[in-house]
Design a protein. Structure first.
Length: 325
């Protein structure tokens, strides 16, 4: 079964409100499933939303309360939030891919992660963003190589990278080498250059690509949000306009052709029927990790081991002492 109907959900989250945003995920997933989608893809850090202050205000300028709100609404994996997301996937019988901000149970560092749930509600994979970009480094930590994996499904192998990770050619090559047919690129990136990037990736590995973005209009910031007026200064709005996140969602075919989108400055779910069986034919002239590769010339070494903060090694028993003669 290589045919799959996919839904790329360009929507607005409830800023820094995990539970209300998961309510939105439930509603939007139900709508997509009602249109026959079997894979539903949400944007980067959709739960609990983008820490927009890293771009709208001076860095370190009184952001402690906002960061605390982010930490309080981040997703612990596994935990009640992943239970809810899994239940949504199970209720509608869909594969669900969604960006979240992740917090370890005993830590304060936040990670930008993408979660994959199967139709039975199981969390089958997690990817942590390797490299936050620019001001993102003030809120998100760095992932390691242990989550650079693809997911095998009945319709093909899917995987991907988050936002500007897609500009890391070695990370892409490692994922390509795992046989990915459907590439997910949840992102906050906007503009025509990003659409060209999605087309390049699709053509480079002869695969389908789903690039999915959020949208956020200044009017959708909750009225009771802390320091709301300082969060989005008037000078920022005068320069940038009211769309704090304008969308840019697109679905691209293996030849780089745009199948659906791009969509900007509105909420919309793109629906497309993809035949992942066509990927093999598309690779007959170009397979960058197969017949169009030169492993005798180029080699890539990837460290996929986890990098926890503390490694506890078992105590070695003392050497037996030999009694004196």
């Amino acid at each position: 079964m290589s045919m799959i109907r996919v839904a790329a959900v360009q929507a607005t989250y409830v800023l820094m409100d995990r539970e209300a945003t998961i309510d939105r995920v439930a509603e939007l997933t139900a709508e997509a499933a009602g249109q026959g989608a079997r894979l539903v893809v949400f944007p980067e850090v959709f739960v609990p939303g983008t820490p927009i202050w890293i771009d709208t205000t001076p860095i370190w300028d009184g952001d402690a309360d906002w960061f605390r709100l982010l930490a309080e609404n981040a997703v612990v994996i596994p935990g009640p939030s992943t239970d809810r997301l899994g239940a949504i996937a199970r209720e509608h019988g869909v594969w669900l891919a969604i960006g979240v901000e992740e917090k370890e149970p005993n830590g304060a560092t936040i990670y930008n992660s993408m979660l994959y749930f199967s139709p039975d509600g199981t969390l089958v994979e997690k990817h942590r963003k390797l490299m936050p970009t620019g001001s993102e480094r003030t809120v998100w930590g760095m992932g390691d190589g242990s989550t650079l994996r693809v997911v095998a499904t009945p319709f093909g192998r899917m995987g991907g990278l988050i936002c500007w990770e897609n500009y890391m050619p070695l990370a892409r090559f490692h994922m390509y080498a795992q046989g990915v047919d459907l590439w997910l690129a949840p992102t906050l990136a906007t503009g025509d250059a990003w659409i060209a990037t999605m087309q390049h990736l699709a053509r480079e590995n002869r695969m389908f690509v789903i690039g999915v973005n959020p949208v956020l209009h200044v009017d959708r910031i909750p009225e009771g949000f802390p320091d709301r007026d300082r969060l989005v200064p008037a000078a920022y709005l005068a320069e940038k306009g009211p769309w704090l996140e304008e969308g840019n969602t697109v679905i691209v075919g293996p030849g780089g052709d745009v199948i659906a989108g791009p969509v900007r400055e509105r909420e919309e779910t793109l629906i497309a029927d993809l035949d992942l069986g066509s990927v093999a034919a598309a690779r007959r002239l170009l397979d960058p990790v197969g017949h169009y590769n030169r492993p005798d010339v180029f080699r890539l070494h990837v460290d996929t081991s986890p990098r926890p903060a503390v490694v506890i090694e078992p105590m070695q028993p003392p050497e037996p002492r030999t009694p004196p003669a």
